[in-house]
Design a protein around this ligand. Structure first.
Ligand SMILES: Nc1nc2c(ncn2[C@@H]2O[C@H](COP(=O)(O)OP(=O)(O)OP(=O)(O)O)[C@@H](O)[C@H]2O)c(=O)[nH]1
Length: 456
């Protein structure tokens, strides 16, 4: 996937920080150097990389961790927050009748993304139509017509017409009863004045609600100035980063997005019409840093006005069994404090507590001890093992037990409980009642524990 090299370098840095016994100026210097190297290696532009690491260094030196947070975790939090700034703020396309104009360089994926967007709106129950205003590339008309048929939406174009303004004017008229009209414009090299003036004219005639810049994730450094040129010409309101399933470094695309300071609405993850994902910066970055989706889930669900849809989307991800030991670690981390545990047990109909509904203090004590042992064990596991527990064989169990000063029995017990939790969630997938219950708990910021937590 794109940004893989950035991900692995940053995970290594985070691992170093969480594994260090204290944070001093040396640690900070090393982290800043690591992050800077990782960003530059993945093609993030120098100015942006230096700005980010300067902020990181200043904050790490001047800010104090909040009560209850270790300096290591606080440093990871600062790294996360500074990276989130270049990933960009979250924003969503509003589901309302609108005109969307797609702009971007040659071959970035505009036409394909036009089809993906049409399918996205269709799935939301909105009528959508495509207008072929790309008069430069041979067969662009046929390609968009083909895509419109594939997605099942109306298409408008004028074969052989060389004036895109005429096409757009007629197209908007023809599709006036369609809620969402998407205009696919010609690919362009931003520094080409004629083409810039063409999209200015198109914007004039279409007065689009959204001008989306379509950008190939594998594009290099030249992306920044070109994105800026288009933004200055027509004002970009959002970005679609395509080909995130590719193998490029990805830093050039991130630099371009940061340069025009526009939100990323979607990412393209393949050539098919379904390969379009709503972009969520927190989730994207958490996954990139291997902090697990669950971490994002908990962050996101603290905000109670999470829509049904988002809860549903995250829930099915969770119940598809795609969460790993890291996610489980996050859950346990989050709920390890007795106060939170007490609150959750009192409010959670889900946890079948041994001995009926009441819970006595030493049960919490037991759970507490178990969690701290598990934390120690997991801290001795490699990222790869946390991410794919399935690779943990007896040799690794031996090493982890030894490294964590625990026994192989305890390591095996942890792996058994992880598997049970994963199977439970997967097994309950079809159970609507459980799903509804869990979704409500997630939305209210609680997350179901199972009884194994409370067995000694
Ligand atoms: N792997 C992958 N391929 C993509 C994605 N989006 C688009 N493509 C492919 O990229 C190529 C170019 O896509 P187009 O949609 O034709 O690009 P365009 O921006 O319309 O090109 P111009 O009209 O020349 O400006 C096609 O082969 C697409 O299938 C994506 O998210 N992932």
């Amino acid at each position: 996937m794109v940004l893989d090299s950035l991900a692995s370098s940053l995970r290594e840095t985070i691992r170093k920080v969480t594994g260090s016994s204290y944070v001093d100026s040396e640690t900070i210097k090393e982290v800043v150097r690591d992050v800077q190297r990782a960003l530059l290696k993945s093609d993030v532009n120098v100015k942006l990389a230096l700005q980010l690491t300067k902020n990181l260094e200043t904050r790490a030196k001047e800010e104090k961790p909040p009560a209850g947070m270790t300096s290591q975790d606080f440093l990871v939090k600062i790294i996360y927050e500074e990276l989130l700034k270049i990933i960009g703020k979250d924003s969503k396309l509003v589901l309302k009748p609108q005109v969307i104009m797609l702009v971007g360089l040659y071959g970035q994926g505009k036409t394909t993304s036009a089809g993906k967007l049409a399918k996205f709106f269709n799935k939301k129950g909105m009528s959508c139509g495509l207008i072929a205003a790309d008069i430069h590339r041979a067969a662009a008309y046929e390609q968009l017509d083909q895509i419109a048929k594939q997605v099942g939406v109306p298409f408008f174009g004028i074969k052989g017409e060389k004036n895109p303004v005429k096409i757009v004017k007629a197209g908007l008229k023809q599709l006036e009863n369609i809620q969402v009209k998407i205009i696919d414009t010609s690919g362009r090299d931003a520094l080409d004045e004629d083409l810039i003036s063409e999209i200015k004219d198109l914007k004039q005639v279409a007065s689009p609600d959204e001008v989306l810049y379509v950008l190939d994730a594998t594009i290099g450094q030249q992306a920044g100035p070109q994105a800026r040129a288009i933004d200055e010409a027509v004002g970009i309101t959002g970005v679609i980063i395509t080909k995130m399933d590719g193998t490029g470094k990805g830093g050039g695309a991130l630099s371009a997005v940061s340069e025009i300071n526009s939100p990323i609405y979607f990412i393209g993850t393949g050539e098919h019409m379904d390969d379009l994902e709503i972009f969520n910066g927190n989730k994207f970055l958490s996954r990139l840093l291997g902090l697990g989706d669950l971490e994002t889930l908990m962050e996101a669900f603290k905000d109670t006005n999470i829509t049904e849809e988002e809860a549903e989307e995250s829930l099915s991800k969770l119940m598809s069994g795609k969460f790993n030991l890291m996610d489980m670690y996050d859950v346990w981390e989050k709920f390890a404090q007795p106060s939170i545990m007490r609150k959750m047990i009192d409010s959670l109909p889900l946890a079948k507590i041994p001995g009926g509904n009441k819970i006595n203090p030493n049960d919490i004590e037991t759970a507490q001890n178990k969690l701290s042992t598990y934390r120690v064990i997991m801290d001795s596991m490699s990222y790869k093992e946390l991410e794919n527990p399935e690779i943990i064989n007896s040799k690794r169990i031996q090493r982890v037990a030894k490294g964590s000063g625990t026994s192989e029995v305890q390591v095996r017990q942890l792996l058994r409980e992880y598997k049970a939790m994963k199977d439970n969630l997967k097994m309950m997938k079809g159970n609507r009642g459980f799903k509804k219950l869990l979704k409500n708990q997630i939305k209210s910021g609680n997350f179901g524990l199972d009884e194994s937590m409370f067995n000694s």
